[in-house]
Design a protein around this ligand. Structure first.
Ligand code: ADP
Length: 458
């Protein structure tokens, strides 16, 4: 395993996060290697990296998920480390292991820790053992619908079935009563089996219209753990985040301090290293319950960067180089102002149907407190094979009201022609009185788009 400063890093990803990692490497004086599929030949990550290698056809399974191709690319270009971004191989413990055995540093936690966090019901059990509150639910994987029925009867409906290896909101089913459970159990298993390596599902109590609140963790390889201020990601469609912010309007210093202390202990016990996010749901009483841990950088990390001034991706790389958190953070973490992020997706703003195609006109907003993380440009083609995220628009203000006003004007100045995007949806969200008042929950989008079904969360 190479130690000390990296000379060259391969980015095993595409899109805006590949560009984000390349930016961090450039600022650290590290050479970069991009890998790309045939569909991404003209992507900006290919252009901005010092070297680029085509690793296969458009289909992710044969390119961005093809471990032998990526490892070969890393060996040919003689890199010291691989940054996996998010999605793709970022939480694949086997890949982290292969990197390690190939003498390439994986920029992320150790394989055994990724394994623990990746099996959601095991991560739940671990957190419970550490005294971090979890929702009532199954101890492990459910063997059959009868077991699920018995447990749901004890906990009380509604309950939610979730994929053990879940991500991106897939393999989840909300169950309102016993009659629906057997059918939904089969559906959840099938969807989990198709999307992930295993059809395993577990169950937990379903909270109607909770807030989604998460904590960014940074941990070095010398035992120091830091818990950064929270992000709120309650504005979601289909259990996927659309708007994120930091700090959360629902958080107070006492709860923030308690959570930081509990998570510091849990992360240290787990031997967690590098960056990660611990996700919670908050009920109407303001109580937080752990739902899952993501052992990678999150899409929404820029809101934390704006309010803390910490470059999370550079921190990841420096931690992987063996540097100490004390040297990276240089002093206590403080929250300054408020930050918002809107995910600009290539999709129909009402039906959420993907909208691939050529961008015929493109103009990015800028100015004070505005950041755009993107990989697109005029005349580029959004391929239909991958995630629909085209850009992240992030604003920072002295307070929440200023961050919202700045986001409004930035959305007005963001021009993307030729495809549908979520920009009109973001304008509606920001104009909504509940959003402006900070009254957020995961049912917000469902109510906004179909007020007649206001009682049913999205
Ligand atoms: P994934 O890994 O697929 O993203 P998560 O466990 O992170 O799944 O949950 C994603 C979202 O699904 C949450 O932010 C929340 O909106 C909803 N959700 C998950 N578990 C529950 C629950 N027990 N009660 C209510 N909503 C839930």
């Amino acid at each position: 395993m190479p130690s000390g400063r990296f000379k060259k890093v391969l980015i095993a990803n595409r899109g805006e996060i590949a560009v984000r990692v390349i930016s961090a490497c450039k600022e650290l004086g590290i050479q970069t290697v991009a890998v790309y599929s045939e569909a991404d030949r003209y992507s900006s990550h290919v252009r901005f990296a010092d070297q680029a290698l085509c690793i296969g056809p458009a289909k992710s399974a044969r390119s961005y998920l093809d471990q032998p191709s990526i490892i070969s690319a890393a060996e040919i270009t003689n890199v010291d480390a691989i940054h996996p971004g998010y999605g793709f191989l970022s939480e694949n413990a086997g890949f982290a292991q292969v990197c390690e055995t190939s003498g390439i540093k994986f920029i992320g936690p150790k394989p055994e820790v990724i394994r623990l966090t990746g099996v959601k019901e095991q991560a739940r059990a671990f957190m419970r053992k550490m005294g971090v509150p979890t929702l009532p639910g199954s101890e492990g994987v459910l063997q059959n619908p009868d077991e699920a029925l018995e447990l749901a009867g004890q906990i009380g409906y509604p309950v939610i079935l979730k994929a053990s290896a879940g991500g991106g909101g897939r393999g989840m089913r909300v169950v309102d009563g016993a009659a629906d459970l057997p059918g939904l159990f089969t559906q959840a298993q099938q969807e989990a089996g198709a999307a992930f390596s295993t059809p395993d599902v577990y169950l937990e109590k379903y909270i109607r219209a909770p807030r989604h609140i998460e904590f960014q963790v940074l941990a070095d390889e010398h035992g120091q753990v830091e818990v950064l201020p929270e992000r709120e990601c309650s504005i979601q469609r289909r259990h996927q985040k659309l708007v994120e912010e930091s700090p959360s309007p629902a958080m107070n210093d006492r709860l923030r301090g308690e959570m930081a202390a509990a998570l510091k202990k849990a992360m240290a016990t787990a031997g967690y290293t590098n960056a990660g996010t611990v996700e919670f749901l908050m009920d109407e009483q303001g109580k937080l319950y752990f739902i899952e841990m993501n052992a990678r950088v999150q899409v929404e990390h820029p809101v934390t960067e704006f309010v803390t001034g910490i470059d999370i991706v550079k921190a990841q790389i420096r931690i992987a180089q063996g540097e100490r958190l004390g040297d990276i953070l240089r002093g206590p973490v403080e929250v300054r102002g408020h930050a918002l992020e809107c995910r600009i997706n290539a999709e129909n703003p009402e039906t959420f149907a993907p909208s691939a195609g050529r961008i015929t006109g493109f103009h990015m907003p800028g100015g004070m407190g505005v950041r755009v993380d993107t990989w697109v440009y005029t005349d580029c083609v959004i391929p239909p094979f991958y995630d629909s995220l085209v850009a992240k628009l992030v604003t920072h203000g002295v307070d929440r009201a200023e961050a919202i006003r700045r986001m409004n004007r930035a959305l007005d100045m963001f021009i993307i022609e030729g495809i549908h995007t979520s920009i009109p949806l973001h304008r509606r969200i920001l104009a909504h009185p509940d959003f402006q008042a900070g009254r957020l929950d995961t049912g917000f989008i469902g109510r906004m788009l179909s007020p007649e079904k206001a009682a049913i969360p999205a």
